[in-house]
Design a protein. Sequence first.
Length: 296
Amino acid sequence: MAQNTVEDSPKTPVTLLGLGAMGTALARAWLAAGHPLTVWNRTAARAGALAPAGAAVAATPAEAVAASRLVVVCLLDDASVDEALAGADLADKDLVNLVTSTPGEARARAAWAERRGARYLDGGIMAVPPMIGVPAAGPYVFYSGSAALFEEHRAALGAPAGARYVGADAGFAALHDVALLSAMYGMFAGVAHAFALIREEPVAPGELAPLLGSWITAMSGSIASTAEQLESGDYTGGVVSTLAMQVAGQGTLLRTAEEQGVSAELLAPYLRLMERRLEAGGGEEDLTGVVDLLRR
């Protein structure tokens, strides 16, 4: 008799609390992958809509938690987790919290779960709902906390999106999540300023867009060199354009914004940090020293 393959093995049952846009996308991905799924949502109609696809609908969070060992939470915020799980028995459960949080909140939630007899993983979702369940779109989730929990449920956790374990410290998933999101918003700020500069000119945004995209992609190579300099402690290695040169060119950016009637409020804080680093003697460095100025 042939042995069962991994594909033939029974799929891990999953309980999911929270069916907003992201929760619903996760639910549909687990159902499509063949995982028995129990769902609960404060607005019952959202849970009921998944019943035709095969989801079991629980009337209460406690009922949903009781249905599966693996319990995934995708609620609005940390306070919502307290409220939803207040009456649930978490003993011997594997709790995965996908609520966006700070590292400190994640560590506190891990301790909270441990006191209630549960193993715990915190997660940071690096995707928007349409990417979930679409491997080609590149979605993934950072996980941190119980390594044993992660290894046992790796296949189930990886069904909606790639699963990346970043450490036993429960706060690390949130830390990685927020670090990447912070970089994203910094990029958005630069893009917003760039579009503002051309807003009143006969330059179509659609013409500038591919130029912006390719330029940002080209400049993203500096991320690796920044990491290398931070690890080595030598901020002058491999410098192409020194801090002194870049500060000397700041005036052009600011004068252009003034001419175009555009506020420099998105650029000015970073430019001031560059000036401070130059004043501290970092003229021959790259921009890496700004990182140290941000630490308090």
